[in-house]
Every structure is written in structure tokens, then in C-alpha cells.
Design a binder for this molecule. Structure first.
Ligand SMILES: Nc1nc2c(ncn2[C@@H]2O[C@H](COP(=O)(O)OP(=O)(O)OP(=O)(O)O)[C@@H](O)[C@H]2O)c(=O)[nH]1
Ligand SMILES: [Mg+2]
Length: 435
């Protein structure tokens, strides 16, 4: 994303389409000249005026203009908001007029990015605003609003501070001999382990918040004809996949969304896994299924009594189920016993999903919104902390210091993903245009 601060940017900041009012937003270091060229004689900071703007040769549009003088605006630059009649043609004419006057079209998220780079909002606030705008249910909205009021950032700051204290101890003792440090080292080990315990709870909460905001991706897999599509249809409460006694019925990946106890789940039904298929289409389906599973948050592996020895190792959490228990009189040892045709085992599978993901049953326990980006960095941080704890038995302060430094970099990156302009641009470009 280009973010040359010398240019002024323009975009429609209200939803696309027809409505009573649309808002065109302009941001730039100094908009005085552009405002003048629009035909506006005078507009003061934080005031609105009604003005006839000539947007085409024979077309004037009566607009309400609001001006925010730098630095007291959303982006920290001069900002002009133009309220016009909510017709996309009018909006486009105003934008084109502004482009003629020297502005360029804003990239998605570019207003927020300028706001962040000018220290008007923190990165976590920018993300929370985006979550708030995109919330599709009240729980998401509530969580995003808590993050926007700083709940998540507060917790991150606390963790950063606690980690800093641990690092100060280690770094200031590196040059001392074993005898000199041994006395308070026990205290340090205790502090580190308390910090890790608290941090683990924080990581779990962050994961739950991430699943609340982003939903949970579930892959249904197993050998052919075991009832995967039957399960898909039961969970999604619709006839999404074809069910038949023919082995290899499902080939394409089938996606349906459903709500289970307040969380949004995306269910992926896939081709049954078998080695001996000679059908090239089915083989392609099997390959697609295998690569999809790596991207799922959790996997439901279904077998039936004819192939109970089917076993695959997955890198993500897995719930193993044996379906068609109505066809045999022994119970399964290591799998949830189910008979989808008789709706048996369904609530056990739902319970297992929540357990595998450590999701709280009550969504009201969630006190902030979070994203995969946060959860990934926190998990990396936790790995470093655990490595430091493992080393603390040997008093190897240099190595511990290194782990704690990396832990602190990871958690710091949650607040300030400064690693590169490219990354920053990538993150903001997921925001909508005009934001
Ligand atoms: N007896 C019995 N049959 C079942 C049960 N659940 C599903 N079936 C039957 O098993 C057959 C296969 O079901 P599907 O849901 O199509 O199985 P699948 O795993 O999606 O099959 P593929 O798409 O071919 O891999 C159908 O005839 C279902 O009616 C069950 O609990 N008991
Ligand atoms: Mg199927």
C-alpha cells in the first residue's frame, strides 16, 4: 500500500449504494487549497457549512461540509467530510472532481493507517474499530466495543510490564557468578512460573475471542461412506451434501455455516479418504480434502465399524468418532460412539468441539475481541516462555535472557507490528475502502 504522506486521499466512507446521505472523506496534510478550489470561501475547524458544489459542468450539488483541522482529526491530517445525496453517481462525481483537484483514491484502510502512523489511534484500536464495523452479532459487537475501550490493550500492557521485570532480573544478573545469583534465583523461577500460568489463561481467552470474531473452521474427514455428509447435514440443519450408500459420493469440498451455542462454525464436508480409487475426479477430491485439513481449527474424523483401524495423525486438534453403532453391538474404545441416523452422539460431538478448542460455554465470559494475528503471536510468546522455564533449572541466564527477549518481541508485535511497511500495508488493506 502506498502511504506517501504528501498526497491527499479521497474515498466514500459510507456504504456503497443508494441512501439518504453518502459521505465522501478527504484527508491530507493541508487541504486549504483543495477546499478553496472547491469554491468554498471559508470553513473553520470543527464546523459544518452548507455549500453548493459544482461537481460537473451543469450540475451543482448541495452538500454539508465538515472540516477538521490537523492535528485534531481522525487521521491527524486536515480532514474534510462531504455529506451529499446518497446516489453513487453523485458520490463518484465528487470523488472525480477531487481527483482533478489533486487528490488520489484512498486504498482500503488507508485513513486508519494514517491515523495509526500519526499516533491518533493505536494499532489495536484500529483493529477493534474494524471488528466493530464488521460484527454480525451482538456478542461480537460487545467484544469489539470492549477492545475499543482498551480492555485487550490493558492486558497486553500488563503482560509486557511483567515480562519486562523478569527480563531486568535476568539481564542484570548475567555477569554475576552462580553463587551470587543462586539466592534470588528461586524467587525468579517462581515469578516466571506464575507469569506463565497467568499468560496461559490470557492465551486461552485470546483464542476464544478469536473464535468468536472469526468463527471456527471444522473439517469433516474419514474413509468413504461412513456418514460424513450425514453429519454435515445434521450439524448445518440443511440438505447441504448428497448422502448415499455409494462409496465416494462427495468429491468437491462443501461448505456450510452454522451456529453452535453462540459461536459461528464453518463446516467443510470432504471426499472420503481412500488409497485405491482409480477415479481421477475422486482422487483430486481426496487431495483437496487433505490440504484443507491443515487449515482447519479442528477436525472431526468419522469411521464406521468396518474400518475402525483407520487412523491419521493431524497437526490440528481432532475429534474421533465411530458412526453406525446401530450396526454392531460392541462399543468403541477410543472414539465417540455415534449413530447419525438415530441422532446419537451429536451432542457429545458438540461438547468435544468446545473442549478441543477450550471454548467457554458462556460467551458473556469474553472480555475483548481478538484475531488470529494476536493468537499466533501470543502462542509464539508462550513457547519462548516455556523454553525459558525449562532452562531455569540449569541457571543458564544467557539462554533464558534470549528466550525472554524473543517472548517480549512477539508480544510487542501485537501492539506495534512495525516489522515492515509491507506487513503494515497488508494488515490495513483488509479493512474496507473509506475506513
Ligand atoms: N446404519 C447406519 N447407516 C448410516 C448412518 N449414518 C449414515 N448412514 C448411511 O451411510 C451411507 C453413507 O452416508 P454418507 O453420509 O453419504 O457418507 P459419507 O461418509 O459422506 O460418504 P462419501 O461421501 O462417499 O465419502 C448412507 O447410506 C447413510 O444413510 C448410521 O448411523 N447408521
Ligand atoms: Mg459424503
Amino acid at each position: 500500500m502506498p502511504h506517501s504522506f504528501s498526497d491527499s486521499i479521497v474515498a466514500c466512507s459510507s456504504p456503497p449504494g443508494t441512501g439518504a446521505i453518502s459521505i465522501v472523506r478527504v484527508s491530507g496534510k493541508n487541504l486549504t487549497l483543495i477546499v478553496k478550489k472547491l469554491g468554498v470561501k471559508k470553513i473553520d475547524d470543527k464546523t459544518s457549512i452548507v455549500e453548493q458544489l459544482q461537481i460537473k459542468k451543469d450540475l451543482n450539488e448541495k452538500c454539508v461540509l465538515t472540516f477538521f483541522k490537523s492535528p485534531n482529526s481522525f487521521t491527524g491530517e486536515d480532514v474534510l467530510e462531504i455529506n451529499c445525496h446518497g446516489n453513487p453517481l453523485i458520490v463518484e462525481m465528487i470523488i472525480e472532481k477531487l481527483i482533478k483537484l489533486g487528490c488520489r483514491r484512498a486504498e482500503p484502510g488507508e485513513f486508519s493507517m494514517r491515523s495509526f502512523l500519526n499516533n491518533k489511534i493505536s494499532f489495536l484500536e484500529a483493529e477493534a474499530i474494524d471488528d466493530l464495523i464488521n460484527a454480525t452479532n451482538q456478542d461480537q459487537l460487545l467484544a469489539a466495543s470492549k477492545s475499543l475501550s482498551g480492555k485487550f490493550e490493558e492486558k497486553i500492557n500488563e503482560a509486557i510490564e511483567d515480562l519486562k521485570k523478569l527480563r531486568i532480573y535476568v539481564e542484570s544478573n548475567i555477569d554475576f557468578s552462580d553463587e551470587q545469583i543462586s539466592d534470588d534465583f528461586t524467587g525468579f523461577k517462581k515469578d516466571l512460573s506464575t507469569f506463565i500460568d497467568n499468560f496461559k489463561t490470557f492465551v486461552l481467552d485470546t483464542n476464544s475471542s478469536k473464535y468468536l470474531i472469526e468463527g471456527v473452521k471444522v473439517g469433516i474427514t474419514g474413509p468413504p461412506n461412513v456418514g460424513k455428509s450425514t453429519l454435515m447435514n445434521i450439524l448445518s440443519k440443511e440438505k447441504a451434501s448428497i448422502v448415499s450408500e455409494v462409496h465416494g459420493t462427495t468429491r468437491d469440498i462443501i461448505l456450510r455455516s452454522c451456529k453452535i451455542r453462540d459461536y459461528e462454525f464453518s463446516l467443510y464436508d470432504t471426499a472420503g479418504i481412500r488409497d485405491q480409487s482409480v477415479d481421477p475426479i475422486e482422487r483430486e477430491g481426496i487431495e483437496m480434502a487433505k490440504s484443507l485439513l491443515d487449515t482447519c481449527d479442528v477436525i472431526i474424523e468419522v469411521v464406521d465399524p468396518t474400518n475402525e483401524d483407520f487412523f491419521v495423525n493431524y497437526k490440528n486438534p481432532v475429534i474421533r468418532v465411530r458412526n453406525k453403532s446401530d450396526l454392531c453391538n460392541t462399543s468403541s474404545k477410543n472414539r465417540i460412539d455415534a449413530s447419525f441416523n438415530n441422532k446419537k452422539g451429536i451432542s457429545e460431538i458438540k461438547d468435544a468441539l468446545f473442549k478441543a478448542l477450550n471454548l467457554p460455554l458462556r460467551i458473556s465470559n469474553i472480555s475483548f475481541s481478538a484475531r488470529s494475528r494476536h493468537a499466533e503471536l501470543m502462542n509464539l510468546c508462550l513457547n519462548e516462555l516455556e523454553s525459558a522455564a525449562a532452562l531455569s533449572h540449569e541457571n543458564s541466564l544467557e539462554l533464558i535472557a534470549e528466550n525472554l527477549r524473543r517472548a517480549s518481541d512477539f508480544i510487542g508485535e501485537i501492539k506495534s507490528p512495525y516489522s515492515s511497511d509491507e506487513l503494515l500495508g497488508e494488515i490495513f488493506s483488509n479493512f474496507c475502502i473509506g475506513k
